[in-house]
Design a protein around this ligand. Structure first.
Ligand code: PPS
Length: 356
């Protein structure tokens, strides 16, 4: 049984199988039985339930597959790098900046997806490889050959690292970290402006502090506020499947304040050419309060209102609660960054000071 799609549409498998059955039938007393395909599949998965969940591999990794693969299909329709989130850390700004580079292109928006493809983390994965590849420009633009995809919920997904490593094992992975308390608050504001009933009904402090007896919608919101901020645990899962050299951890505060410097670091990490001069191409827009793309004639292209929202600062009691909630996670993150030889972001140093 293989979950590798039959890209060659070859008939060798069924041919061999039918002849083997004929052979067994003619030479033995065994009575072979079969079922219609759907019932047969059901039976198979009853016998082997652990195989229900597919794990797609890259068809081009097997020469035999590659040789018989349709010419219209190419492995160029897979990303060379992934921006994995987490949500609310500046991932959209990073995409805007990346797309300014002439050699970089991203997945296209699709009718069933909003901004993000979200392939590796959820049910879209079961739609298969053709579905996923359909999001990448066809034919791949020869000059923009650094295809990427950004789905910010990959970061904390249990499944995404294993699935991504199986399909695109050589991909580079980019993640952005900000203070997890700020991330949680930004997510809460995001949910409020999207009309999430729990976010509209409960204030932020109630959301993050509520106990397990709370109504399910409040607990669900609490989870999405808090869990992505368990940075070390999520990063360890990615590091179990990708080499440390494939992973770039960006300090979100640096991206926000010094985007050109961060973009230089990213260009180096990706090995993308030609070198693009972000110092000239980005400008700080005082009205937006963020860095934006500088267009001809001095105009700017900034992200829309949903990025860089205006909302009141977090209440100090919520910040104190979250500081304590994230203490152990932050200590683990510091150890992990130390192990990787990476500097600690300013917010993490401050949090560690508080923990002493
Ligand atoms: N240049 C620039 N322009 C606009 N916004 C910027 C920029 N750099 C960083 N940020 C911060 O990005 C936050 C939104 O993060 P994401 O894009 O990752 O959000 S999302 O998960 O895709 O919804 C957004 O969070 P909020 O301030 O809470 O809206 C911003 O603080």
């Amino acid at each position: 049984m293989t979950h590798l799609s039959n890209y060659g549409n070859d008939r060798l498998g069924p041919y061999t199988f039918v002849h083997l059955a004929d052979f067994v039938h003619s030479c033995t007393n065994l009575r072979l039985q079969t079922l219609p395909p759907v019932q047969l599949a059901r039976k198979y998965f009853e016998l082997f339930p652990e195989q229900r969940d597919p794990l797609w591999q890259n068809p081009c990794d097997d020469k035999r597959h590659k040789d018989i693969w349709s010419r219209e299909k190419t492995c160029g329709h897979l990303p060379r790098f992934l921006v994995i989130g987490p949500q609310k850390t500046g991932t959209t700004a990073l995409c805007l900046f990346l797309l300014m580079h002439p050699s970089v292109a991203s997945s296209l928006p699709g009718p069933q997806t909003l901004e993000e493809v979200q392939f590796f983390n959820g049910n879209n994965y079961h739609k298969g490889l053709d579905w996923y590849m359909g999001f990448f420009p066809t034919p791949p633009n020869a000059s923009a050959d650094f295809l990427f995809e950004k789905s910010s919920s990959y970061f904390h997904s249990e499944d995404a690292p294993k699935r991504a490593a199986s399909l695109v094992p050589k991909a580079k992975i980019i993640t952005i970290l900000i203070d997890p308390s700020d991330r949680a608050y930004s997510w809460y504001q995001h949910q409020r402006s999207h009309g999430d009933p729990a976010a509209l009904r409960f204030d932020f402090h109630a959301v993050v502090t509520t106990g397990p007896e709370a109504p399910p919608e409040l607990l669900a919101l609490q989870r999405t506020c808090l869990v992505p901020g368990w940075y070390a645990a999520h990063l360890e899962r990615w590091l179990a499947h990708f080499a440390a050299s494939q992973l770039l951890i960006i300090d979100g505060q640096q991206l926000r304040s010094y985007p050109a410097t961060v973009m230089d670091e990213i260009q180096k990490f990706l090995g993308v050419t030609p070198h693009y001069n972000y110092s000239q191409a980005l400008t700080f827009d005082p009205q937006k309060g963020f860095w934006c793309q500088l267009l001809e004639g001095g105009k700017t292209r900034c992200l829309g209102k949903s990025k860089g929202r205006k909302y009141p600062p977090m209440a100090s009691e919520s910040r104190a609660f979250l500081s304590s909630y994230y203490r152990d996670h932050n200590v683990e993150l510091a150890k992990l960054l130390h192990r990787l030889g990476q500097p600690l972001p300013a917010w993490l140093r401050q949090e560690l000071q508080k923990a002493r």
